[in-house]
Design a protein around this ligand. Structure first.
Ligand code: NAP
Length: 328
């Protein structure tokens, strides 16, 4: 029997339970590429999976971890050969397919993206699914035709993973960024990333009016609920908000007023099943447009054996920016 170290989630009498374990290689799922995982990350969804706060995991046993970077060990896929450096985000990793918190992963080669030139595996995971989602949001705003001269962009959940990368990207692209945070003490950090103005998230988190003063042309929202509704009511004529998260809630207590009276658009962002062509575009843009010094400031690195503790911290909103996990 050949085993490797992993986090394993099993069904228990009281629900589900995550623990470090020696995982039997024969239990790996089908796939045409085997990867030696070097790095993973802690995303909000990983927090939900490990703490079992939400039914993210839909197969047992499961190795959580929705993303990884590593080196191809074996491949029968024509696009990959041993030694290639690759990254993987989503496609059900850590939910329906054994995930990234393991020394080894076996996956479909069609899910992989080659590590972009100029990015190390550690940097790619500093970006991780949160950062790649922030890029997808920026790309959606650009496809909508929005440019920095139309007015400021607002980023909610600003000190979190998606928020931190979104601020760094938008400010590098010349946008005036308004950062909404519940952590006033993170104002210097958010300004370093490029935020021009900081607002308290309490301004946006309660029930609002159908229309408010027009304040921003664009937005990246990782919070949902009343916050997203209030973002829409204060978006300038013809502007758009890219919605990607639910840190406040999954509901959207909104009216149609911003859509039918101001031509505002709500752009949905999904990173999990996102087509490969858009993923590659996002990763190329990240390699080009994300300031590496800012990425360093956003990132904290932890050893593999700290992941389970960190999962609780991210759900409690205590993590600033991104957490990279050293696996290999
Ligand atoms: N659509 C997709 O494919 C996709 C991909 C990645 C992530 N997501 C989602 O995006 C969200 C953010 O992910 P992440 O990895 O960036 O998580 P994160 O690092 O935990 O960031 C979330 C941030 O939201 C804010 N927040 C937390 N609780 C809140 C509340 N009750 N009300 C208002 N704001 C609150 C906090 O920012 P402040 O402390 O600055 O207020 C927190 O740092 C999650 O919901 C995640 O599931 C979706």
């Amino acid at each position: 029997m050949t085993t490797f170290k992993a986090i394993r989630i099993d069904k228990a009498d009281t629900g589900t339970r995550a623990a470090y374990a020696d995982f039997d290689e024969s239990e790996l799922m089908e796939g045409d590429v085997t990867v030696a995982v070097s790095h993973s990350t802690v995303n909000y969804k990983d927090g939900l999976a490990i703490t079992c706060k939400s039914p993210v995991v839909r197969r047992f046993p499961m190795i959580p971890g929705i993303d990884f970077a590593g080196t191809v060990e074996a491949s029968s896929n024509p696009n990959y050969k041993p030694g290639d450096q690759v990254i993987l985000n989503g496609w059900g990793l850590g939910e329906t397919h054994l995930g990234g918190y393991a020394k080894k992963a076996r996956v479909k080669g069609d899910w992989l993206v080659a590590l972009p030139k100029g990015l190390s595996a550690a940097e790619a995971m500093a970006i991780g699914t949160a950062g790649y989602t922030a890029m997808l949001a920026v790309l959606a705003l650009e496809r909508h035709g929005l440019t920095r001269d139309r007015g400021p962009a607002i980023v909610t959940g600003a000190a979190g993973g998606v928020g931190s990368v979104a601020i760094a990207l938008l400010s590098k692209l010349g946008w005036q960024v308004i950062a909404s945070t519940g952590r006033a003490e993170e104002a210097p950090y958010l300004k370093e990333l490029g935020a021009a103005e900081i607002i308290d998230r309490g301004e946006l988190s309660g029930p609002g009016r159908p229309l408010g003063k027009e304040r921003w042309a664009a937005g990246v929202d990782s919070v949902g609920s009343h916050t997203l509704a209030n973002l829409l009511t204060q978006t300038k004529y013809g502007g758009a908000i890219a919605a990607c998260g639910l840190a406040q809630g999954m509901d959207l207590p909104a009216s149609v007023a911003p859509f039918i009276l101001r031509g505002v658009s709500l752009l949905g962002i999904d990173s999990v099943m996102c087509p490969q062509v858009l993923r590659r575009q996002a990763w190329e843009r990240l390699a080009r447009d994300l300031d590496r010094d800012k990425l360093k400031r956003i990132t904290r690195t932890i050893p593999f054996d700290r992941v389970i503790d960190t999962a609780g911290e991210i759900l409690a909103g205590k993590i600033r920016g991104r957490v990279v996990v050293e696996i290999g």
